[in-house]
Design a protein around this ligand. Sequence first.
Ligand SMILES: Nc1nc2c(c(=O)[nH]1)N[C@H]1C(S)=C(S)[C@@H](COP(=O)(O)O)O[C@H]1N2
Ligand SMILES: [Mo]
Length: 433
Amino acid sequence: MAYKRPTPITRFYHDHPHGPEGAEKDLFGRVANSDRRGFLKNMGLAALGTMVGAAIPYHRNMPAGLIPAALAQSSVLDGKDGLTLLNDRPLNAETPAHLLDDEVTPKGRHFVRNNGLPPADMNPDTWQLTIDGFVDRPLTLSIADLRQQFEVVTSRLVIECGGNGRAMFNPPARGNQWTYGAVGCSEWTGVRLSDVLKAAGIQDNAVYTAHEGSDIHLSGKSDKMPISRGMPVSKAMDDANLIAFGQNGGDIHPMNGAPLRLVVPGWPGSCSQKWLTRIWLRDQVHDGAKMTGTSYRVPEYPVAPGTRVPKEDFKIIEAMPVKSLITSPETGQANAERSFEVRGQAWAGDTTVDAVDISYDFGATWQRADLSAPANKGAWQRWRTTVALPEAGYYEIWARATDANGRMQPFAIDWNPKGYLNNSFHRIAVTVA
Ligand SMILES: Nc1nc2c(c(=O)[nH]1)N[C@H]1C(S)=C(S)[C@@H](COP(=O)(O)O)O[C@H]1N2
Ligand SMILES: [Mo]
């Protein structure tokens, strides 16, 4: 389903073929009316006021559950360009591979993975980040404090959802059916997480971080978080990790975590908390939302596709595996020429990519692509090569990256129950006339 521009809410209600009830259903899915009212009540008038940018003097006259028209006119996908919507509550949208051809992913093309509802308040001037738990000096920092007290750095960092590639699982795995595009590499500006943690003084018994954001649980309940994950302190101290307040030279896109987020390259995107409000240092593995059970976990041992694996046998996903994408040509294109450039991106979790090979004969022969070094630690690497197809007809082009440890992308999917870590080859179709 391609994204369509939103219609102002009044017209949307007026013109809806199934009347206001149909409009209601379209806007709020299967959520019962009472739940939605509950959600709005929980949000409170102050938050609603912040969202519309002014106090609402006649709020007493507002029908219960009314969505101010100002909100309906600005869509959560505003500023996103060409993304494929997978779910609208919570919002999940991926980027077609050929729209990931830029070295730096434009804001409009960075995928969106929300587990809950975005916060009403994304005001950078009043934002506060707390660092607490097992630290010598608990800190409460505004974005201005972060800028003033720490070195500001800019780097290109890959964020990839652990479930990217889930759509190809067989038997299928539940969850968002990401194909290839739950990945992006924007240029993030912020301060090093390690610098901030050093300033707080990590105590010896701290072993794990716990990240919190201000987004809202789908139930609307304020005592529940949509997601709160963490990482071992050793990974948290990696100087590539940023507490970011800028994306591609401007503000962070609201759906990508404005005004403050973590960016933890190389590990599942879920480590990169958006709308970041707290980093809590713990003396045990964090047990927040989506940190326990089978979330972002895979079996400790290889299993046959379809196997039911006991919960105790799952381990937390750490570094993401080596992977590559063909970003040009677009799959399904008919080509007039037999010879053309094939190019894309490759990345490899905590390490780098050493080689990318391309095949156009279903893997019988491979040709090595030119591969650039990453712009900085955590960035993806650009590769390109020219293929010369022998005659007219149908071809598949396959890409296969190998990391610095000699690990190669596999042909087949290493199946697991929740559909994580699919790094099998990206294949595109090309016909030559
Ligand atoms: N607060 C908060 N942070 C979050 C999430 C979320 O739902 N809420 N989703 C996580 C997941 S699962 C991923 S893959 C990345 C996606 O980042 P993006 O939406 O900017 O692409 O954000 C992570 N951070
Ligand atoms: Mo994710």
